[in-house]
Ligand binder design. Structure first.
Ligand code: PEP
Length: 267
């Protein structure tokens, strides 16, 4: 277990009911981002019950800070280093993200886990770094198609959560975000059905609640994987689905607006 004391967990409760995270992945440039952010600000300024978060590539965090700082939209990064500081060429620390006003950070996205061989242990250390620096981690968990077809999806997701629980305790999930992202649904156009998502969100909630009721009550569980304006209404209506992590549709302002309105109306 880490030396990280539970009282150092961010105490700020997440008052909003739903959260919609835009994951821009490795898309955009200064000019395109400026136009997209202007659309976001104009289209999303009336949201009251839900929180929108934009996660952009590192070089654009200063641009997000400058264009979003007086709006209702928060921002964050798509990754962070597992270490606090040191000789780690090419890495970006939690404290550096804080310097650019980030409040959130995506951790363990399957595109990173697959392409850069991120282990569950590395992901757990990154989660701890985020919490120690007051960033809200958005932890991605999910199974492959082969694992779903074999019926072991809960075992897989349970193991991903266990690595973090072992490093600290379930208390670390208070005021954190888990995003259930079945790998077969990411970028494929084939979202999980509301029933599939409901079962997994229930499993995640119960797993944390069985260890720490307070942490479970302060944890948000998002769904990610081909969320679009058509399926968002049904998905966000499901119990324990507290919003979405949106890739492709976050790059189209009008589609993203519809998804955010679905979240707002579901609250
Ligand atoms: C994602 O980036 O995590 C994601 C879910 O992407 P998409 O919405 O394109 O499937």
């Amino acid at each position: 277990m880490s030396q990280f004391a539970p009282q150092s967990l961010a105490k700020k409760p997440m008052l909003v009911k739903k959260i919609v995270v835009a994951n821009w992945k490795m898309h955009g440039n200064l000019k395109q981002n400026q136009a997209l952010l202007a659309d976001y600000v104009a289209l999303l300024s009336d949201l009251k019950q839900s929180q929108v978060v934009v996660c952009a590539p590192y070089p654009y965090l200063a641009q997000l800070q400058s264009l979003l700082q007086h709006t209702n939209i928060a921002w964050g990064a798509q990754n962070l280093a597992k270490n606090a500081e040191g000789a780690f060429t090419g890495e970006v620390s939690a404290a550096m993200l804080k310097d650019f006003g980030c409040q959130y950070v995506i951790i363990g996205h399957s595109e990173r886990a697959t392409a850069y061989c991120e282990s569950d242990e590395n992901i757990a250390q990154k989660f701890l770094q985020a919490k120690q620096h007051g960033l809200t981690p958005i932890l991605c968990v999910g199974e492959t198609l082969i694992e779903r077809e074999a019926g072991v999806m809960e075992l897989v997701v349970g193991k991903q959560l266990d690595t973090i629980i072992k490093l600290h305790s379930a208390a670390i999930f208070a005021d954190s975000i888990i995003s259930y992202e079945p790998i077969w649904a990411i970028g494929t156009g084939l979202a999980a059905t509301p029933e599939q998502a409901k079962a997994m969100h229930k499993f995640i909630h119960h797993k944390i609640a069985s260890l720490d009721k307070d942490a479970a009550s302060r944890l948000k569980i998002l769904y990610g994987g081909s969320v679009n304006p058509q399926n968002a209404v049904q998905l966000f209506a499901v119990q324990n689905i507290d919003g979405g992590l949106v890739g492709k549709c976050s790059l189209e302002s009008q589609a993203f607006e519809k998804i955010c309105i679905a979240a707002e109306l579901a609250t």
